[in-house]
Design a protein around this ligand. Structure first.
Ligand SMILES: *[C@@H]1O[C@H](CO)[C@@H](O)[C@H](O)[C@H]1NC(C)=O
Ligand SMILES: *[C@@H]1O[C@H](CO)[C@@H](O)[C@H](O)[C@H]1NC(C)=O
Ligand SMILES: *[C@@H]1O[C@H](CO)[C@@H](O)[C@H](O)[C@H]1NC(C)=O
Ligand SMILES: *[C@@H]1O[C@H](CO)[C@@H](O)[C@H](O)[C@H]1NC(C)=O
Ligand SMILES: *[C@@H]1O[C@H](CO)[C@@H](O)[C@H](O)[C@H]1NC(C)=O
Ligand SMILES: *[C@@H]1O[C@H](CO)[C@@H](O)[C@H](O)[C@H]1NC(C)=O
Ligand SMILES: *[C@@H]1O[C@H](CO)[C@@H](O)[C@H](O)[C@H]1NC(C)=O
Ligand SMILES: *[C@@H]1O[C@H](CO)[C@@H](O)[C@H](O)[C@H]1NC(C)=O
Length: 624
C-alpha cells in the first residue's frame, strides 16, 4: 500500500490546477490538513498552523516490516536496550514497501508558468526536525536508477522544471517518537521553495506527529497477551500451563491469545503497556501499534516488545536510561491504567481519556515514562496513591468499565465494606465454622510463592477471621486509601457515587522489611514509611481481571467460603459486574499469580482496537 493519493490524485489534478490557476508562479504544497484521509483542494486553506481541529498528521514509522532488526550483535551478545530500540523501518533512508502505508501523503500543485531554469527545494523546519522526520518523493524518472519507488528528499535535492510543472508526490513519516515535548513536540513545517530567474517564492504546510495513545476499556480487545509456560518447574511452569488452559477456556477463541516466550516472566501486564498512533487514511484510520516497554531497564522480559512483538505495523518505545533503571514495581505497566474519554467537572475535555498512575507515598513513577506520557499532550497522567499496596499498582484497586452511565463507562473500586458484610451475615446466619478459603488443590510452595499462607488454607474460618482485630484494622486501613482515591477520581470525572461499582475485596497485611538487592540495583519493592503498611489481596482480587470487550470479564477464581453450595464472594462479584452487563469468566490463578503477588490482569495484557483520536472542525467530503 502506498500513501493515499496514489489513486486519487490524477482525477483531482484538473480541479486543483483550476482552483489555483490565479497563482501562476506561486508554489503550493498540500497535506491532509482537513483530516479526511485525502489530499485535495479542501486542504488548501488554514494549513499554515496546526490546531486540535485542523492540521495534517503523520506517524512514527517504527515497525520492522522486513524482520531485519537483530536482537544480538555479530558476536552473539545481546544488543543494549537503546541499540535494540533504534533499529526500525525508519532507521534508514528508504521507505520500505511494506511500511509505505504508514507515511503520510503531501503533494505540490503543478506549476505551469515556469521557465526551464526553475528549481525547487522541499525541506522541513525547524532544522532539527530534519534528523527526526523523513521526506520522500515518488521519483518516476527512468534515470533515477533506484529500485525504490520513493527517493529520499533532502534540503539539497533540487527539483527541476519538469518535476515542478508536473507536481510532486511526497510522503512523510518519522524516525522517532515524541519523548519530551520540551525538546520536540512533533510539530513540523514542510516548506516548498521555488526559484525561477531572480524570483524565489515559498509555501509551507504544518503537520504534527500523532501522539502515542494508551488503550482504555471501551476499546475491545483484539489480541490477548500472556506468557508461555517456560521449562523451569522451580518457578511454576506447571502452574502457568494450568493458568493458560483456564485463560483459553475463558476467552473461548473470541480473540487470539499470543504468548511471550523469550522469558519466564509471567507478569505480561507489567513489562509493557500497549499503545498506538493513528492518522486519517482514505479507507479509515491508519494505525501503528506502539507498545511501551516498562521503565525497568534490567527487566529482560521487556525486551520482548522488540524481539517478539515488533513487526509490520508494530513498533515500540524504550524509556530512556536517565530514569527507570532497575526493576522497581512502581514502573510496571500494571501501574498504568486509562480513564475512557470524558469531560472533567472543571470542564476540561479529555477526548482520548486520561492515564492514571500510582504514586508511592511521594515517590513518582520514572520520569522517562511520565515525561513521555505528558509529551503526547493527549492523556496526561492523573496520580492516585498506590503505596499502601505491596506491589503498588493502580490495577489492584481501580478499574474503568463500559456501562450505560452518562459517560459510557463507570469506575469500579476494590471494596472491603461489602466483603466484610458478606462474611458477617454468613457468620450471623450460623456459618461461622465454614472454612474461609475453599481452595483445596495442590499448594506446594516453590521459590516464588511468597504470599502462600498455610494458616489461611488450613484452620481459618469465617468466624475466626472476623474475630481477629488485625484483620479488621487491615480492612479499615485499605478502605481509607480506596475512599481517598475514589474521592479524587470523582472530583475529576463527573460520575455519581451511585454509579461506582464496589467489588468485594479483602486485604492481607504483608508489611515487612524488604531486602535490598545485592547488586546495587534499586529494590523492586518499596518499604512502608513509618506508620504505613503494605497490603495485598487476601482473597484473589476480582478487580484485577481482564475486560475483553464483548461483555466478558475474565477474573481470578475467588476460592471464597462455600455456604449452601455457593462461593458467597464469587456470587457477590458476579452480581456487581452483572450490573453493567459483564459476565464473569473465572480463571484459577491461585498458585500461578495470587500467591506470587498478582492476579489475572497482572498476568495478561491486551492489544485493543485502535481508532481515530483527532477531531475535525468542519465537514469533509468524506471517502471517495
Ligand atoms: C509513482 O508515480 C507513478 C507515475 O505517476 C505511479 O504509477 C506510481 O503508482 C506512483 N507510486 C506510488 C508509490 O505512488
Ligand atoms: C528533471 O528531473 C527528472 C526527475 O529526476 C528527470 O527524470 C529529468 O530528466 C529531469 N529533466 C531535466 C530536463 O533535467
Ligand atoms: C510545538 O513546538 C513549536 C516549536 O517547534 C511551537 O511553535 C508550537 O506552539 C508547539 N505546539 C504546542 C502544541 O506546544
Ligand atoms: C528580475 O529579472 C527580470 C527579468 O529578467 C528583470 O526585468 C528584473 O529587473 C529583475 N529584477 C531584479 C530585482 O533583479
Ligand atoms: C530456574 O529458576 C530458578 C529460580 O529463578 C533458578 O535458580 C534456576 O537456575 C532456573 N533453572 C533453569 C534450568 O533455568
Ligand atoms: C514464540 O511465539 C511466537 C509467536 O509470537 C511463535 O511464532 C514462536 O513459534 C514461539 N516460539 C516458540 C519457541 O514457541
Ligand atoms: C471489627 O469491626 C466491627 C465494626 O467495624 C466491630 O463490630 C467488630 O467488633 C470488630 N471486630 C474486632 C475483632 O475487632
Ligand atoms: C444498556 O443499554 C442498552 C440499550 O438501551 C440495553 O440493551 C442494555 O441492556 C443496557 N445494559 C445494562 C447493563 O443495563
Amino acid at each position: 500500500m502506498a500513501p493515499s493519493f496514489r489513486r486519487l490524485v490524477p482525477a483531482l489534478l484538473p480541479c486543483l490546477a483550476q482552483c489555483y490557476s490565479a497563482a501562476a508562479f506561486g508554489p503550493r504544497i498540500l497535506a491532509d490538513t482537513n483530516r479526511d484521509g485525502i489530499v485535495n483542494h479542501l486542504d488548501g486553506t488554514d494549513k499554515h498552523g496546526w490546531t486540535d481541529r485542523r492540521g495534517a498528521i503523520f506517524l512514527p514509522n517504527i515497525g520492522d516490516s522486513l524482520s531485519r532488526c537483530p536482537a544480538a550483535d555479530l558476536t552473539g551478545a545481546p544488543l543494549s536496550n537503546s541499540d535494540l530500540w533504534r533499529c526500525n523501518d525508519a532507521s534508514g533512508d528508504r521507505l520500505l514497501a511494506k511500511s509505505a502505508r504508514y507515511a503520510a501523503p503531501l503533494l505540490t500543485l503543478p506549476m505551469s508558468e515556469l521557465s526551464d531554469d526553475a528549481v525547487g527545494h522541499i525541506y522541513t523546519e525547524p532544522a532539527h526536525t530534519r534528523s527526526r522526520v523523513r521526506l520522500f518523493w515518488n521519483d518516476t524518472s527512468p534515470s533515477s536508477g533506484s529500485p525504490y519507488e520513493w527517493a529520499v528528499v533532502d534540503k539539497q535535492v533540487t527539483f527541476n522544471a519538469t518535476s515542478l510543472r508536473r507536481g510532486i508526490s511526497l510522503a512523510i513519516d518519522s524516525r522517532e517518537l515524541v519523548t519530551d515535548s520540551a525538546v520536540w513536540n512533533g510539530s513540523v513545517t514542510v516548506v516548498f521553495e521555488v526559484t525561477d530567474g531572480n524570483r524565489t517564492e515559498r509555501d509551507f504546510v504544518a503537520l504534527k506527529q500523532a501522539p502515542v495513545l494508551l488503550h482504555h476499556h471501551l476499546q475491545p480487545a483484539e489480541v490477548i497477551l500472556s506468557t508461555a509456560a517456560g521449562g523451569n518447574q522451580t518457578i511454576g511452569a506447571a502452574w502457568q500451563s494450568h493458568f493458560l488452559r483456564g485463560l483459553d477456556n475463558a476467552v473461548a477463541g473470541d480473540v487470539p491469545i499470543v504468548l511471550f516466550n523469550h522469558s519466564d516472566d509471567i507478569w505480561a501486564q507489567d513489562f509493557l503497556e500497549p499503545g498506538f498512533a493513528s492518522m486519517p487514511g482514505p479507507d479509515g484510520p491508519i494505525s501503528i501499534r506502539v507498545p511501551l516497554r516498562s521503565a525497568q531497564s534490567t527487566r529482560d522480559a521487556g525486551r520482548q516488545v522488540f524481539t517478539q512483538l515488533r513487526g509490520t505495523g508494530i513498533g515500540g518505545f524504550q524509556p530512556g536510561s536517565g530514569s527507570g533503571f532497575g526493576w522497581e514495581e512502581i514502573n510496571s505497566g500494571g501501574n498504568i491504567e486509562t480513564i475512557p474519554p470524558y469531560t472533567s467537572r472543571a470542564g476540561r475535555r479529555w477526548p482520548n481519556g486520561r492515564v492514571v498512575m500510582g504514586t508511592h507515598f511521594g515517590t513518582y513513577p520514572a520520569d522517562s515514562m511520565v515525561t513521555f506520557l505528558k509529551s503526547q499532550e493527549a492523556q496526561s497522567p492523573l496520580f492516585l496513591e498506590a503505596g499502601w499496596l505491596v506491589i503498588g499498582h493502580v490495577d489492584e484497586m481501580v478499574q474503568f468499565l463500559p456501562s450505560n452511565s452518562s459517560l459510557g463507562f463507570t469506575i469500579a473500586v476494590a471494596d472491603t465494606t461489602s466483603a466484610l458484610s458478606l462474611l458477617r451475615s454468613a457468620d450471623s446466619s450460623g456459618h461461622g465454622d465454614t472454612p474461609f478459603v475453599s481452595y483445596t488443590g495442590d499448594a506446594t510452595p516453590d521459590l516464588l510463592t511468597f504470599f502462600l499462607d498455610p494458616d489461611l488454607l488450613g484452620s481459618t474460618t469465617i468466624a475466626s477471621i472476623l474475630a481477629d482485630p488485625a484483620f479488621n484494622s487491615t480492612q479499615a486501613y485499605a478502605q481509607r486509601y480506596i475512599d481517598q482515591n475514589l474521592a479524587l477520581l470523582l472530583r475529576e470525572v463527573p460520575l455519581r457515587e451511585q454509579d461506582v461499582l464496589r467489588v468485594p475485596t479483602l486485604f492481607k497485611d504483608a508489611t515487612y522489611p524488604w531486602p535490598t538487592t545485592p547488586d546495587g540495583h534499586p529494590p523492586r519493592l518499596g518499604a512502608a514509611p513509618a506508620g504505613e503498611r503494605k497490603l495485598k489481596g487476601l482473597v484473589p482480587q476480582a478487580i484485577n481481571g481482564l475486560v475483553l470487550g464483548n461483555g466478558k470479564y475474565v477474573a481470578p477464581k475467588q476460592w471464597g467460603p462455600i455456604v449452601g453450595g455457593r462461593d458467597i464472594i464469587a456470587d457477590a462479584v458476579e452480581e456487581v459486574y452483572g450490573r453493567v452487563g459483564l459476565e464473569v469468566k473465572w480463571v484459577d490463578d491461585y498458585m500461578t499469580h495470587h500467591v506470587r503477588g498478582g492476579e489475572v490482569h497482572c498476568g495478561t495484557n491486551a492489544l485493543r482496537e485502535m481508532g481515530p483520536w483527532w477531531e475535525t472542525g468542519e465537514q469533509s467530503d468524506g471517502k471517495q
